[in-house]
Design a protein around this ligand. Sequence first.
Ligand SMILES: N[C@@H](CCC(=O)N[C@@H](CS)C(=O)NCC(=O)O)C(=O)O
Length: 209
Amino acid sequence: MIDLYTWNTPNGRKVSIMLEELEVPYKVHAINIGEDEQFTKDFLRISPNNKIPAIVDHETGVSLMESGAILLYLADKYGKFLPNDAVGRAKAWEWLMWQMGGFGPMLGQTHHFAQFNPGIAPYAEERFLGETRRLYGVLDKQLEGQEYIIGEYSIVDMACWPWASRYEWQRIDLADFPNVRAWYQRLADRPAVQRGYHIPNHVNEIPKG
Ligand SMILES: N[C@@H](CCC(=O)N[C@@H](CS)C(=O)NCC(=O)O)C(=O)O
């Protein structure tokens, strides 16, 4: 059994989507980051950086933070959603690193400055809205002529999609990025993505794109 510590955010949803895709049993522990539950002593023992998501896999005894590391661990453990060959795996790592270093942190800053605190820091708003738009352009180009980010459906799609599902907060019209829009809707149609999106709570419908 795997314990999943999470909240309804893009980083949390990456892991609940993966666990739903894998169809393995797991127990959800809601960590309400709006109520600072990520700072409790008990949670700190599991997630030393005080952030969700985190897992404890009781079968192997491992406790993990960082969504990218968790996705790689689960993909390796169950032998799914990651290519087997060296080049295929390198492409997966490349785009997973792109998500973890760009299409996540930059979009998160856009949420803070443009969605939650508009007008307070115009430079930051302009910078992160611009960077967000640029990153959508990069993703659109990568998806040209293929259904999934590295060709086959993988943890990379699961890592990027929850961030794209906040396109409204990022002032992105997916119509401007047709390949991203088709990919976004393709994933939104997957039952596992739909189930994973609503973990730990159902807070809103999945944006249609
Ligand atoms: N690099 C980390 C980032 C995790 C992260 O930023 N989690 C957010 C929610 S999406 C969080 O726990 N925020 C609470 C806080 O910053 O105090 C990952 O990918 O797991």
